[in-house]
Design a protein around this ligand. Sequence first.
Ligand SMILES: [Zn+2]
Length: 293
Amino acid sequence: MIKRLAVLAFFVLAAGSAQAKTLHVVASFTILGDLVRQIGGEHVVVTTLVGPEGDAHVYEPTPNDVRTMAAADLVVINGLHMEGWIERLIKASSTKAPVVVASKGIKTRAMVEDRKTVTDPHGWQDVANGITYGANIADGLVAADPEDGDYFRARTESYLAALADLDRWVRAQIALIPAEKRRVITSHDAFGYFGRAYGVTFLAPQGISTEAEAKPAELGKLIRQVRQTHVKAIFLENMSDPRLVEELARESGAVVGGTLYVDALSAENGPAASYIQMFQHNVPMLVEAMLKN
Ligand SMILES: [Zn+2]
């Protein structure tokens, strides 16, 4: 009872101050959740539907997600069909919250998969796109809470400057590697934007969704390719089944170089708890392995 009164008193006090607004933001997965926290600061409470180490391609929403979505002030998604389940969840929750599509405005890349042209959804793996994501999220926060607009704009400016520094750092790291050695094998095809931006070729037995099965013929082709080209840089992914890459390494004689953070961040105490830390973890590991190619 005392606790309830204290909560009530808090709300009465909060209502008296125009600056005390807190937006309840729902982000579909952890990378977007981090961007919202970096820009929203103390004026946001963020819930991510797919948690740390989770796979947003194949997620199945829970009844609790429906309630979370219904209570949201703002929803942030990647778009580009990354979250195939999100439209149904938004409908089921009858949320009135505006939806920010973080990838809006990026130059997308298309690829052919099973004879269909599909759009690669992994835009965040190019830091320049991350800056666009941040700007879109900032616009959504300012529109939802204009009174805190100056606060959001100031945080956006410093965070996007940090991302511009990160982008320069990634370029400098990749520049250390001779062009003919810039080849990497990952489990699913999530580094297309990274490859296009920073000049690295990524090969993957699985398509751009972890939902797609690797075909035995494709896997055989990749094993031969690894043997012929002596690619040593072969990686597991934090949110994917490791068996495919382990088999590939075994069959081709390559050694697994570690685990890349791809579609999800680590937990708070892990090595990639933020979007920036994800690159700080992945890039040196990629560089070290590619130098052995
Ligand atoms: Zn993916």
